[in-house]
Ligand binder design. Structure first.
Ligand SMILES: Cc1ncc(C[n+]2csc(CCOP(=O)(O)OP(=O)(O)O)c2C)c(N)n1
Length: 445
């Protein structure tokens, strides 16, 4: 097969179709992240077209969308073992392939990694041959780590390309002001058109008018998503169609050559290519085995799970006691909180991928006399370790940490195991640990 950057756009589009089919077929058998992966095919093919996998750090945020990268690099033939024991991981792992730059699974680490890589590249004087590229979703832009990284990047201006995959979805509906800001993309399209017209007019205007026209262009930026990043010192390209290879390749080539921090805002359709999953469907983010023709899940006959039991128990409590409140960090259905958020929108919240904020904000509610249930997967609660010690336990507050997916989690692998909660929580003063044996015990309160 020809190298990616030797293929025509037509050939690459056919290649994208083949990749999509392979992903759909494999995920339908083994389960996995369906809609995130089929939605990112062109983005990743374009990354491989413009950047050099032998030299440039390819950094995938969460890396749940990296299947195309795995198929392009060295894992096409054993992709059938996706998420199986000793098989291909659903996330990037350097011990699986030299083309996986870093382990990922917890969100919003990619820009920090890109900044670190850029510092190393500068110290090693390799700037002429190496530029880090980070692929991050709009949902993952909600976590604090992103802003810690942007804060340094925009100031020091390292050459880093950030490819923002904006599909207007996290696992579920994206939450928060940043997400609202990004969705002003219509204004962005309008801005792009006006910018083009302004540039054309500028050619025919005398010098004195140029300043005014530039000011006009600047003021239009106030209504575009680019403003946020440009004000932070990161150049902005977009919004562009994230399924159009030609636009993606051009934008990435320009961004790579700028030798500055640049964010490319690409708009994609989550689920693209598998009609039933196209759009805003939480259920197609991560799936078990399913029938491709009907979209029906192939059930394994599992009985009611612990999440459903907890959800019912918490609902009963919420009905009985008005001071019961609760929070999830971007996992409303995974943690059983969807129904509570729907029934009691003023007492149960999804605060986006913000485990630290979830814990600290609920600690203040406990201080005010409420009884918070902080419902987070064991593995993601690791993010909030300091907040548990500093804000919950030193204050000795009456909060419940309802920990989902404790213990061995299975197909998601190492980054998602709930293996450490007993050891890291039992070391903290004022913390009591309990595990209900069964549904009856879970309902006891
Ligand atoms: C710290 C942390 N909290 C929660 C999760 C669970 N999680 C995995 S992917 C995801 C949504 C990511 O949305 P986005 O970045 O927009 O990617 P998309 O799947 O939409 O392409 C979440 C919440 C995680 N991986 N890490």
């Amino acid at each position: 097969m020809k190298k990616i950057n030797e293929q025509s756009i037509e050939e690459l589009n056919i290649y994208c179709d083949t990749i999509r089919k392979k992903i759909i077929q494999t995920v339908s058998k083994n389960g996995g992240h369906l809609s995130s992966n089929v939605g990112a095919v062109e983005l990743i093919v374009a990354m491989h077209y413009v950047f050099d996998i032998e030299n440039d750090p390819f950094i995938f945020d969460v890396s749940h969308q990296s299947y195309t990268h795995k198929l392009i690099t060295d894992r096409w033939d054993n992709f059938d073992s996706l998420r199986e024991f000793n098989g291909i991981s659903g996330y990037t792992r350097p011990d699986e392939s030299p083309y996986d730059y870093f382990v990922a699974g917890h969100s919003s680490t990619s820009i920090s990694l890109a900044v670190g890589a850029a510092k190393a590249i500068a110290l090693k004087k390799e700037q002429s041959t190496r530029v880090p590229i980070a692929l991050i979703g709009d949902g993952s832009l909600s976590a604090g780590m992103v802003y810690e990284a942007l804060n340094e990047l925009g100031d020091r201006r390292y050459p880093v390309v950030i490819l923002l995959n904006d599909n207007k979805m996290s696992i579920s509906k994206p939450i928060g002001a940043i997400s609202k800001f990004l969705s002003q993309a219509m204004a962005g399209n309008f801005y792009q058109k006006i910018k083009k017209i302004t540039e054309q007019i500028l050619q025919y205007l005398p010098e004195s008018a140029t300043y005014m026209a530039k000011k006009f262009e600047e003021s239009l930026k106030l209504i575009t998503p680019g403003m946020l990043f440009e004000e932070l010192g990161v150049d902005y390209i977009g919004p562009i169609d994230g399924h159009n290879l030609e636009s993606l390749i051009k934008a990435m080539q320009a961004a790579k050559n700028l030798k500055k921090p640049v964010i490319i805002h690409a708009q994609t359709l989550k689920g693209k290519g598998y009609e039933m999953a196209e759009g805003y469907y939480e259920k197609w983010h991560g799936v078990g085995p399913f029938d491709v023709a009907s979209g029906e899940a192939i059930k394994n006959g599992a009985s009611k799970n612990a999440t459903a039991m907890y959800s019912e128990a918490l609902l009963a409590l919420a009905r009985k006691y008005e001071n019961v409140v609760g929070v999830t960090a971007a996992m409303p259905s995974g943690t059983g909180l969807s129904k509570l958020i729907q029934l009691y929108p003023n007492r149960f919240w999804d605060v986006a991928i913000a485990e630290q904020h979830a814990v600290t904000s609920m600690c203040a509610m406990a201080k005010e006399g409420f009884k918070p249930f902080i419902t987070i997967y064991s593995t993601f609660l690791q993010r909030a370790y300091d907040q548990i010690i500093h804000d919950a336990c030193i204050m000795n507050l009456d909060v419940v940490f309802a920990i989902d997916r404790a213990g061995i989690v299975g197909e998601d692998g190492e980054t998602h195991q709930g293996a450490f909660d007993i050891s890291f929580l039992s070391a903290i003063p004022n913390m009591s640990l309990m595990a209900p044996r069964d549904e009856k015990e879970c309902m006891k309160h």
